[in-house]
Design a protein around this ligand. Structure first.
Ligand code: UDP
Length: 316
């Protein structure tokens, strides 16, 4: 049986994906340098006999010499800080992991003849002037701002994928992941759903940035994990960029009110200043995912939020 490598296995999506692949009886090697990934995410994974963990930085070229990786047949490259709070705090590491780290794993894929999936981001569209965003929209990214370390390095990661696909025939697939959530995020992640749910449950102020009119479209983690696996196994996805996300769009103020209601919270909604370059709208066009993968998100926001709130409640 082929071995599957997941970079960022101690992260939010990486650990969910690893769990799902192990549940299906696959052999998984997780690699992570635990910069933003967490040891707690590995707890269940480490109990499985068909899981191996490597505490390693994929930016180190020595990754190509690691014996256990000599026969991996599929590579899911998820390693990177993804929350604005963390990618801005670790901006240099973010740039490196999405460029050098991507190149090293592409070299590994080339060496092994392995399939390769790169998780890019909706941030590749920046503060979009076209709405909703389809894959052929080239984006409106500010190179001179606090989000550039993430946005531009993911874009350069995509460029590496393009080159390895056309020059070296590596079976590359790129997905642009839109906002994804569940209770698996770390409590200090700083992204909107974990912030609002934790604030609402603790009876603290719910912090809306700006006037809350900016929009996002939120995808529940199970749908995303299914989309990633489908992309990996679909041959027609080779050499393609595919949006994965839930097109159901909501304004951030409305999201705050929804979470307040679902948690029966007495919290007050308060307004803080809007961070620089915060995109005003975001919604994926997922026609390509529907067409190539037959993928569609199944869990709506209300259901996903209920599940998320339930887990956070038991944890608190
Ligand atoms: N946001 C907010 N309050 C928070 C955290 C985030 O109003 O406590 C806003 C943020 O300004 C953005 C949206 O929620 O407009 C989504 O932010 P997040 O950090 O989750 O992800 P982004 O889509 O910006 O990468």
């Amino acid at each position: 049986m082929g071995k599957i490598l997941i970079s960022g296995a101690a992260g939010f999506l990486g650990s969910h994906l690893a769990n799902e692949l192990l549940r299906k009886g696959k052999y998984v090697i997780g690699v992570d340098n635990l910069s933003t990934g967490q040891e707690t995410n590995l707890k269940e994974l480490r109990k499985q006999h068909n899981f191996t963990f490597l505490n390693f930085n994929i930016c180190d070229k020595e990754i190509l010499k690691i014996k256990e990786l000599g026969d991996v047949t599929e590579i899911y490259h998820l390693a990177s800080p993804a929350s604005p709070k963390f990618y801005q705090a670790f901006s240099m590491d973010t740039i490196e992991v999405n460029t050098l780290g991507t190149k090293n794993l592409l070299d590994l894929a080339k060496k092994n003849g392995a399939k390769f999936l790169f998780t890019s981001t909706s941030e590749a569209y920046g503060d979009p002037e076209v709405h909703p965003q389809s894959e052929d929209y080239r984006g409106n990214v500010n190179t001179w701002g606090p989000r550039a370390c993430y946005d531009e390095s993911k874009r350069l990661g995509e460029v590496y994928c393009y080159e390895y696909f056309y020059k070296f025939n590596v079976q590359v697939k790129v997905v642009r992941i839109f906002n994804t959530y569940s209770a698996g995020l770390r409590n200090d992640d700083g992204r909107v759903i974990s912030n609002f749910v934790l604030q609402a449950l603790a009876g603290e102020n719910i912090t809306v940035y700006g006037d809350g009119s900016q929009t996002r479209s939120f995808c529940y983690v199970d749908d995303m994990i299914r989309g990633l696996q489908l992309t990996m196994k679909t041959e027609k996805a080779n050499g393609q960029i595919i949006n994965l996300g839930n097109p159901d769009e909501i304004a951030i103020l409305e999201l705050a009110e929804k979470i307040k209601k679902l948690t029966n919270s007495q919290s007050r909604i308060v307004f803080h200043s809007l961070p620089d370059d915060d995109p005003k709208v975001r919604r994926p066009n997922i026609d390509k995912a529907k067409d190539i993968l037959g993928w569609n998100p199944l869990i709506d926001l209300e259901e996903g939020l209920k599940r998320t709130i339930q887990v956070y409640k038991t944890r608190l």
